[in-house]
Design a protein around this ligand. Structure first.
Ligand code: C2E
Ligand code: MG
Ligand code: MG
Ligand code: MG
Length: 285
């Protein structure tokens, strides 16, 4: 499939260390050009709120339209973007595009909350909040339409600083989600100290459902604890009906995954929204 092709293009070289270093350097050079020429795109993966037909949220996922390789996925370039610091410039583009898209849909009468991924390196950027606020003003976006997703490990690199940033973002009206939850090293009780609104249960636990006992126990515990703490929960990587059924019984209110929808281009997302629109609004157009 396209994803495999995109991944393999940069693995053209053999796997010795020198070749790997060359490969990374080539990605870095190409990324600089990609930033200049805006070769990036955001795809949007709809989120399913159980018991609700219409779409009210989506995760923005970065895609790179490489002039010769076609679509390149984050797994291929994100570590280079982070190590080189280019993620800060790329991230700025992501903030701008994600907010512009949310504002556009909002102005068309569709309220879609958009989740934007932020990496640990971005959290260490000195003027991150100023930059986010600038993009918010420039795109005329309502901050309640934006959620930032961070992993536990990104936060735990510099927890005090990270917590301060998250507090400030929430004070501005943004929401915060803890991405890939369960894969980090912190204890569940540490959750209480983090200024977050939502927990995203990592795909690796969902893939074991419903048969693997450990996955079941963990997922049940995360859901119950999150609810107790007043946090919202979403399961990521839901790929089949059995997983969905299990999550429904556990009262997990939101799901995301290929079973509901893959990440979609803007056009495909708008089609999807139309097909899943509120019965009252769909009968009138
Ligand atoms: P993530 O934030 O945990 O995003 C979820 C990833 O799981 C996405 O991969 C998504 O396409 C994939 N996914 C969704 N549903 C399913 C499913 O049912 N099964 C499987 N197997 N996979 C599913 P993607 O788009 O390749 O992104 C990978 C990672 O790259 C993201 O993980 C995130 O950490 C990072 N990333 C993506 N976009 C951005 C961005 O704009 N900025 C930053 N800083 N990081 C980004
Ligand atoms: Mg994410
Ligand atoms: Mg995730
Ligand atoms: Mg991830």
């Amino acid at each position: 499939n396209a994803k495999e092709e995109g991944k393999n293009d940069y693995r053209f070289f053999t796997s010795d260390m020198n070749a790997r270093a060359m490969e990374r350097l080539r990605i870095e050079t190409d990324l600089r050009k990609a930033i200049e020429e805006e070769q990036f795109q955001l795809y949007f993966q709809p989120t399913k709120h159980l018991g609700q037909e219409f779409i009210s949220s989506a995760e923005a996922l970065l895609r790179w339209q490489h002039p010769t390789y076609g679509m390149v996925y984050p797994d291929t370039f994100m570590s280079v973007a982070e190590e080189s610091g280019l993620i800060n410039q790329i991230g700025k583009w992501v903030f701008k595009s994600g907010m512009a898209q949310a504002a556009k849909w909002h102005s068309q009468g569709k309220r879609v909350q958009i989740s934007i991924n932020v990496s640990g390196r971005q959290l260490r950027q000195p003027h991150l909040i100023d930059e986010i606020m600038t993009q918010l003003l420039e795109t005329n976006c309502d901050p309640t339409l934006i959620e930032f997703e961070l992993t536990e490990s990104a936060i735990l690199e510099f927890p005090d600083k990270a917590i301060e940033i998250l507090r400030k973002l929430r004070a501005q009206g943004f929401s915060i989600a803890l991405d890939d939850f369960g894969t980090g090293y912190s204890s569940l009780s540490y959750l209480k100290q983090l200024p977050v609104d939502k927990v995203k249960i990592d795909r690796s636990f969902i893939s074991g459902l419903p048969d693997d006992k450990d996955s079941r126990i963990l997922v049940e515990a995360i859901i119950a604890l999150s609810h107790k703490m007043g946090l919202s929960v979403i399961a990521e990587g839901v790929e089949n009906e059995e997983q969905l059924d299990f999550l429904e019984t556990q009262k997990c209110a939101k799901i995301q995954g290929y079973f509901y929808s893959r990440p979609l281009s803007v056009d495909a997302f708008e089609d999807f929204v139309r097909r899943h629109s509120h019965p009252l609004s769909s009968s009138s157009n």
